[in-house]
Ligand binder design. Structure first.
Ligand code: SF4
Length: 331
């Protein structure tokens, strides 16, 4: 017996990196044991900020491939592309009628994005949280995995549900529960910013062992440790943070002790980390290579996922249209 239905979506950013893996994908995989999972590659959301759609299809494929190789099980979970179920845009427009513009422009995320792209404050950017609500509500998700920092977004969805249900005197939309997950913030190899492809500070899951080792060697360490003979401080070193994810308890303890007394150099410390990351990712990389031999199979999984998603969406929209009072469609 599953505990309910989980929905989560992510923009198609192409090949996934360690930050995506530790922060989201691992959790996606684990949730499958307890929940019916609906995982969506939100290509429409991507259009809000993308300057060009040139790589959209390739990035969608690469991301789906990484998710499948990491353990998303398409036989039991629904994996699909947002735009393949167009009902989401219809629900979006209906939800927008019960959402006050001032609330949307007051959201910190809107203000931040508007600062980042002042030349492109488009309508989609303002309405982004409404589209996100439509994603969740269309599939009647009972729970949404969120980090604490994303909790206000989900609360906004819950507010929209209350507004909609109140306005149309219905209970057709469900308020999803927050499934707060302790997603770690993974810093990039610069040791300063969150790992991100656009900042070029990432380590791709699908990189070769050699590429991975080279990226680890570029990682910024304790900035106060200038010479091999200087004692270091693992507490301020991102290499040590990564050891905590990938190394054995004995190795973590050894680095923690030896770094502080200059018993280990940063190069050797990084070699251990690179070896452990590569060992951890070896099964993923092998599975990825196998799946990648037949790209059409990946697309077929996405198409089949869209069919399953569509059957839920069609049912929801029938109920929503009736609740709103739209004239019935020809049967
Ligand atoms: S030895 Fe390891 S933990 Fe210590 S500063 Fe160097 S890279 Fe960081």
């Amino acid at each position: 017996m599953k505990k309910g239905r989980v929905f989560s979506g992510a923009r198609p950013t192409g090949r996934q990196h360690l930050g995506n893996y530790l922060g989201a994908i691992k959790n996606y995989v684990a949730l499958q044991d307890d929940y019916e999972c609906v995982y969506c590659i939100v290509d429409l959301h991507a259009l809000i900020t993308l300057e060009t759609t040139r790589d959209l299809k390739a990035n969608t494929y690469e991301m789906a491939l990484d998710w499948l190789a990491a353990g998303i099980r398409p036989q039991e979970s629904i994996l699909f592309i947002q735009s393949h179920v167009p009902e989401v845009t219809e629900l979006h427009i209906l939800l927008s009628m019960v959402t006050m513009l001032g609330k949307l422009t007051d959201l910190p995320t809107f203000k931040e994005k508007a600062r980042e792209q002042p030349h492109n404050i488009n309508y989609g950017l303002v309405g982004y949280p409404v589209l996100m609500a439509a994603d969740i509500l269309l599939y009647k998700a009972t729970a949404v995995p969120v980090g604490l920092d994303q909790a206000p977004h989900l609360e906004f969805t819950r507010e929209i549900v209350r507004s909609f249900n109140f306005r149309y005197k219905t209970s057709v939309l469900l308020e999803p529960q927050m499934k707060v997950t302790e997603a770690p913030i993974v810093l990039g190899i610069d040791g300063v910013h969150k790992m991100s492809k656009s900042l070029n500070n990432d380590i791709e899951l699908a990189a070769t062992p050699e590429e991975t080792a080279a990226r680890v060697m570029q990682m910024v360490t304790d900035p106060a440790r200038l010479r091999r003979s200087d004692p270091g401080n693992p507490d301020v070193c991102n290499v040590f943070s990564m050891h905590k994810f990938f190394s054995s308890p004995e190795e973590i303890q050894m680095v923690n002790i030896e770094c502080r007394q200059a018993g280990i150099g940063c190069v050797d410390c990084k070699k251990i980390l690179a070896k452990n990351i590569n060992a951890h990712l070896a099964p993923f990389r092998q599975k990825r290579a196998e799946i990648n031999q037949n790209p059409q199979a990946v697309w077929d999984i996405l198409y089949q996922g869209a069919e399953k998603a569509h059957s839920i969406a069609a049912q929801t929209m029938g109920e929503v249209r009736a609740a709103v009072g739209l004239p019935e469609r020809k049967k």
